[in-house]
Design a protein around this ligand. Structure first.
Ligand code: SF4
Ligand code: SF4
Length: 401
């Protein structure tokens, strides 16, 4: 495992951090035994930065991490969690949530505490509600060691927030598709020039950049590279190639992916990709931008929808149809998934959207969700939907016999 230094406090952090937003599931809940085993294994292999947040897994992620860090693991890592900015109504809420988080994580301090999901407006609201005083108090009495923020807003607001407080670190969405989106490359460089450590989230864009079998047009480009690498390895190495990046968070839930990421993190030095390799990544980036219709990362922040639309699922199947060109397979998979016939029986179709707008402010990618759902409904549903469902029912009914 390679380590990089936090510029201000000198902490040597593993370049690979363990993100606890997409832990393995069993019967719709975190598979605790497996998740704990995975987290401890990563720590045994050198990971020393673990990241969670209040809302992950419906509030269960922090408690799970607290359990995983028992037995001596707590002191081997830096724990990061986040103040749920959107529920904070006043100064006292900040202390209340932090106290609850310390309890869930069963620890006396949060090493890296972030204001979750800032954009310009959220930052203005939090400062108006006393967040600077909160940091001052919590750092002084040791509940928080380092202050930071995670960001999903406009580039100009990122600069403004970086300049507004003596942050130790920030967390940005960054990957080869987001070079000019949100903080982007300019934001990464700006934060590093101001001596902030930079934690990167969404390195694989909700998994899309790491698909073992990428879309044929993308595969063709990867195949031109002299060095053969899995798509996830390309995506990670591209980020670590920036010396300004301190840690890359990966939401790992498959043992094989954990091993692959750990192995890449052993040798991913900064400034080591060649000009040809960087050009190949640029070509792939351009191709993905052409193919993906909705820039959804599958984060799920827009959920739940009062009309029960499974928003990330709708966009995932829609994007896959456009990326892989297997139209009928994608529509069939949409029909099965959104009908709920293999899950709780409740329909979750894009066409159920009543355009109430409740999801709009929650989306960190600023996707006009109802507008895209209308396109999903037009392209993925239509008169053939019932036929596909009848076929699916027959298929699964027969399988169960
Ligand atoms: S706008 Fe549509 S998708 Fe969004 S919350 Fe309302 S009904 Fe759900
Ligand atoms: S629509 Fe936005 S909030 Fe919802 S899953 Fe996609 S990126 Fe996340």
């Amino acid at each position: 495992m390679l380590y990089r230094k936090m510029p201000k406090n000198g902490d040597m952090l593993s370049i690979l951090g363990f993100g606890c937003m997409r832990l393995p599931l069993k019967n719709g809940k975190i598979d605790e035994e497996r998740a704990i085993r995975q987290i401890r294994h990563a720590i045994d292999k050198g990971v020393n930065y673990v990241d969670t947040a209040w809302p992950y897994h419906g509030g269960a992620s922090e408690s799970l991490l607290g359990k995983a860090l028992k037995g001596g693991y707590r002191d081997r890592v830096k724990v990061a969690t986040k103040l749920p900015s959107w529920v904070i109504k006043g100064r006292e809420d900040m202390d209340r949530y932090l106290a609850a988080q310390l309890g869930k994580l069963d620890t006396d301090r949060i090493d890296y505490y972030l204001l979750h999901g800032l954009n310009g407006a959220v930052w203005d609201t939090l400062t108006g509600r006393g967040v600077i005083d909160f940091f001052h108090q919590a750092i002084e009495d040791g509940r928080i060691v380092n202050a930071g923020f995670s960001f999903h807003g406009l580039a100009e607001d990122f600069i403004r927030i970086v300049d507004a407080y003596p942050w130790e670190f920030c967390q940005i969405q960054y990957n080869f598709l987001d070079q000019k989106n949100q903080a982007g490359t300019a934001g990464l460089k700006y934060a590093a020039a101001k001596n902030l450590g930079v934690i990167v989230m969404e390195p694989l864009r909700g998994g899309n950049l790491g698909l073992a079998t990428p879309p044929p047009a993308v595969k063709e480009i990867w195949n031109q590279a002299k060095t053969r690498r899995a798509p996830a390895e390309w995506a990670l190495r591209w980020i670590w190639n920036y010396p300004e990046v301190t840690v890359v968070l990966s939401g790992m839930n498959e043992e094989a992916h954990i091993e692959e990421n750990l192995s890449v993190a052993d040798t991913a030095y900064a400034n080591t990709l060649t000009r040809e390799e960087l050009e190949i990544v640029e070509q792939v980036s351009r191709k993905y931008h052409e193919l993906m219709k909705v820039e959804c990362t599958g984060c799920g922040y827009c959920m739940p929808c009062p009309s029960d639309v499974l928003i990330p699922g709708c966009f995932e199947t829609y994007n896959k149809m456009h990326m892989f060109g297997e139209t009928e397979t994608a529509k069939f998979s949409y029909a099965i998934r959104m009908s709920g016939i293999l899950a709780d029986g409740k329909p979750k179709y894009a066409s159920q959207c009543v355009e109430c707008g409740e999801c709009l402010d929650k989306c960190p990618q600023h996707i006009p969700i109802p507008e895209f759902l209308a396109k999903v409904a037009t392209e993925m549903e239509g008169p053939e939907l019932e036929k596909r469902l009848a076929m699916a029912r027959k298929m699964f009914h027969e399988e169960q016999k």
